[in-house]
Design a binder for this molecule. Sequence first.
Ligand code: NDP
Length: 348
Amino acid sequence: ESVLVTGANGFIAGHIIDGLLAKGYQVIGTVRSTTKSEPFEELFKKKYPNGKLTYEIVTDITKAGAFDNVLKKHPEIKVVLHCAASTAVGGTAIEDMKKIFLEPALEGTKGILTSVQQFAPQVTDVVMTSSVASLCHDFYSLPAAREFSAKDWSTGDWDRDVGTNQLTAYSLSKAYSERYAWQFVKENKVNYKLSTILPSVVVGPQLLESKVTKQLNLSNQWMLNMVYSVKLDSTEYANEPFFTIVDVKDIVNYHILAFENPKLRGERIFVSQKSSLTPQELIDLLNEKYPQLRGKIGKGDPNGKCSGLALIKFNMDEHLKAANYKLVPQEETLIGMFDQYLKHHTLD
Ligand code: NDP
């Protein structure tokens, strides 16, 4: 069976392709240029000498009909995993938030769904990578304890809420594009099931060692920032919950389960640990596991109590049960990421 993966050179999509090839799927990945796919091609050739993998170039996913040629060229595609979206949060101020965040998310989603509709009636499943950000765009200002369900939707409004806030722009781009997708399958007669995967903060090693740069991709960088947020001689921030995380392996598995498992097909599935990680938990783990870090990273206040965001809960029990699935334990996730990072860099 053939699977199309958009944004194939991304952190998550790279791992998804690995997972698909390991299961014997034929994979077609879209990237913006060959320089983005070449290192992956090289890696996968070595890892799966008999694997069937092709990369196609889609230079601009916001252009109408951007995916037409790929779908026409590959009538064997049965499953579409739409992972491409801009995650360019952080760094310098962005002048045109719509162009950077909203357009790739929304036009990209519109584009892939329209092309499938026109040129790929054989497609049985479309799985879209959304985000818990589409449940709520401002978790940090929730007034009270809250357990989220797949029925929740962000109430954020682009014109009212974004301003210069990149995280809000990203969050709303995810909510708007996911909402668009559900609306599309409601309004059009489609031959496939749509499922959406809503990860929290996805953590794990980079597939390519060359991507283990000092500054990591957004979600893993947040783990580094959490360590740096607790200064050596201070307990400040240590017990302020960050957010929930999830292992990239779980995200891979749920993208695949979303089209393989009849109980998950057509569902909106958030995939996350239940409750927030605190910097304290992270530095406790690092101080214990990596003696070379002691004295170089903060110790925080191991007996401190956390509050605030710890009130957020993501309860995905129903979708765990449906697949008889257990999430990777949080500590294992963090160690997976830091083992790799610390081979290349120090934490200072
Ligand atoms: P990456 O930034 O590593 O990957 C994003 C992918 O999308 C890349 O292939 C990138 O291509 C492509 N892309 C970005 N902007 C554009 C654009 N304007 N036009 C065409 N392609 C574009 O991010 P992740 O792997 O972390 O994210 C993958 C998906 O998962 C996204 O949809 C993201 O929103 C979602 N997600 C991620 C979470 C996380 O914690 N990592 C959490 C929740 C959701 P290029 O390299 O050419 O820019």
